[in-house]
Every structure is written in structure tokens, then in C-alpha cells.
Design a protein around this ligand. Structure first.
Ligand SMILES: [Mg+2]
Length: 335
């Protein structure tokens, strides 16, 4: 199945298909590509955006040392700073990430660099590698997902949505029926509602106006659960034509990027190319929506989800291949 590779390549393919449509409205996209959206890579190499670049930075920080609070924070800092000064960092990167990287470069504790009021989707679009290393415990996955968000986006909704995105990817790679995914994610929101992961986040919450750590993190889980509830409603309604952002949000913020990506995926979990096209044919943050939708589809279906020739054309295929192989070959079943 090669689920880790399937998910990483799915992320890059969705990112690449959504790259030209990110700043286009729905009518313009449909006039150009049809109602199914873009379904063919363009260019050779087919370029990606900061979403894939930063996901690679997160994945490579995972390989640079153990996913434990202090060492992972330092490896992430180095990876993000290397990305920030790279000449390839010219793909409409998010302002929050650039601002936080400027602060991280001073060497101050990451909690002081974090943009505490930002829940932009920049932390969410890059988190899926945390769901793909079968060697991580659930605490490492969840804590690591929130930590990598917090380095740039300190808003609790950025933290909660990142954890859920990584967990969703892991559960799908482990064989969870996609029909059960939303209920399981919403149950996680309830179970974790007041669990502030102080061993991973340190005193981050004190930079907010919340009265305590539990109150701080509860806002994140509540906002994310509300976004997932809208996905449930939209799926139940059953009319899937048109701009997906009208149903579940434009995706510029973390919980909406997760919600609209899940919506695009869960409409047709067995049609991965349609999932990518649907995410890319969206009025909002098309590359981030399509990349997360692709990461979900690829986690569930493995590399077989994607046309074989695409892997030779996508930008950064060597780095995607290296990360995917690392985790596909370390799985309990050795797949
Ligand atoms: Mg982007």
C-alpha cells in the first residue's frame, strides 16, 4: 500500500493542482478546468507551494532526531529557518510563518516567537507527516503536531486543528473506514477539550488572554469541533455541486482548512483524483485545501491512488520519496 508515500505524494499533488487556482474565484476556475477542477499536473517539474515545502521541513525535522519536546522544537526551528531563507521560498508564503521565522532566528524561546493570535492554516497544511511515522506513540503524534503548529501559529485553534489533521491521516493509514472518520475526530474534540499539553507547549498559553491553560486550549477544540459539525451537516445535505468553500469555509484559517479538505475527501473517498480536483476548484485557499484532501486520500489508499507517471514530474520528488520510504519501511507490517 505504501500509505506514507501515498499521503506525502497526495499532499504534493493537491498542492500543485491548487497552486494556480489559489487566488482565482470559483467561476474563473470552472471556466478554465470544468466543474471537476484541474486533474492533470502542469509543468515539468510540476511546481508546488510553501505547503509542500514546509511539510517537508516538518518531516525532515522528524528524521533529524527523536520527536520529543526540546529536541524536536530545535530541529523544527532549524528546518523552518532554512526554509525561510531558501531561494525557493517564493511561492506566496504565509505572513505569519515569515514573521514567526524572523523571531525564531533571534534564538529566543519559541513560545515568544509564536504568533499567538494567528490561526492561519499555515501550521495545518504542513502537519501531516506527524501522522505517517508508525513509530510515534499517540502522545508524540499529538504533542508533536501541536508543537510544530505553535512555533509559528500560537492560537489554540491552530494547535487543535493540527493535531486532528495528523490523527486523521494516521487513522486512515491504519485502515479506519472513512465513513467513521468525522465521528472519531469529533469524539477526540470532546475527550481532549481541557487537556493542555504543557510538556510540549510549556508556558505558551500565558501569552494569551485566557484565564488558565484549560480555558486556553478548550477554545481551540470548540472552534474545531464546530467546523467539523458543519462538515457533517454538509455531507448529510448531499448536494455536492459548486464551490466547496460555500459549504464548509474558505480554508484560510486552520479549522476551515481541515473542514473543507475533509468535506472534499469524504464526498468521494474512493475517487482520489476527483478529491484533488474538488479541492483545487475552490474559491478559498485552494492549494492548502487540495493538499490536505490529497494527504487524506493517499493515507487511505496508498501510492495506488495516483497516476504512476506523476511521481517523476512533481517537484521535490527525491525528498518526498525519501521520507515516504523511511516510514513505509518501518511500519509494523513492513509494507
Ligand atoms: Mg501555499
Amino acid at each position: 500500500m505504501r500509505n506514507a508515500s501515498g499521503s506525502l505524494y497526495g499532499l504534493a499533488y493537491g498542492d500543485s493542482l491548487g497552486k494556480p487556482t489559489e487566488f482565482q474565484n470559483y467561476a474563473t476556475i470552472v471556466a478554465r478546468y470544468g466543474p471537476g477542477g484541474p486533474r492533470e499536473l502542469s509543468g515539468d517539474p510540476a511546481l508546488v507551494t510553501d505547503d509542500t515545502q514546509m511539510a517537508l521541513a516538518v518531516g525532515e525535522a522528524m528524521l533529524a532526531g527523536p520527536v520529543l519536546p526540546d529536541v524536536f522544537a530545535e530541529n523544527l526551528r532549524q528546518g523552518f529557518l532554512a526554509w525561510a531563507i531558501s531561494p525557493d521560498n517564493n511561492r506566496a508564503p504565509g505572513m505569519t510563518c515569515l514573521r514567526a521565522c524572523g523571531e525564531l532566528s533571534d534564538g529566543k524561546p519559541w513560545q515568544l516567537a509564536s504568533q499567538i493570535n494567528s490561526k492561519g492554516c499555515g501550521a495545518n497544511m504542513r502537519v501531516t507527516p506527524l501522522g505517517l511515522d508508525p513509530g510515534l506513540t499517540e502522545d508524540q503524534l499529538a504533542g508533536g503536531a501541536q508543537l510544530q503548529a505553535g512555533l509559528t501559529h500560537g492560537h489554540p485553534t491552530g494547535l487543535a486543528a493540527s493535531e486532528l489533521t495528523a490523527l486523521g491521516v494516521r487513522w486512515l493509514a491504519d485502515g479506519l473506514d472513512p465513513q467513521d472518520l468525522l465521528a472519531r475526530l469529533r469524539a477526540r474534540c470532546a475527550a481532549e477539550r481541557t487537556n493542555y499539553r504543557g510538556d510540549w507547549l510549556g508556558d505558551l498559553w500565558q501569552r494569551s488572554t485566557a484565564g488558565g491553560p484549560a480555558e486556553f486550549i478548550a477554545l481551540g477544540w470548540d472552534e474545531t469541533d464546530a467546523a467539523l459539525a458543519r462538515v457533517e451537516t454538509a455531507l448529510r445535505r448531499g448536494d455536492f455541486a459548486g464551490d466547496p468553500c460555500l459549504a464548509t469555509g474558505a480554508g484560510w484559517i486552520a479549522e476551515e482548512a481541515l473542514a473543507t479538505a475533509l468535506y472534499c475527501y469524504l464526498i468521494s473517498p474512493d475517487e482520489p483524483i476527483a478529491v484533488l480536483g474538488r479541492g483545487a476548484a475552490s474559491s478559498g485557499d485552494s492549494d492548502s485545501i487540495a493538499c490536505l484532501a490529497g494527504a487524506f486520500a493517499g493515507a487511505a489508499l496508498g501510492m495506488d491512488a495516483w497516476p504512476e507517471p506523476w511521481s517523476a514530474r512533481i517537484e521535490y520528488t527525491d525528498r518526498l520519496h525519501k521520507l515516504g520510504s523511511e516510514w513505509d519501511n518501518s511500519g509494523p507490517s513492513g509494507m
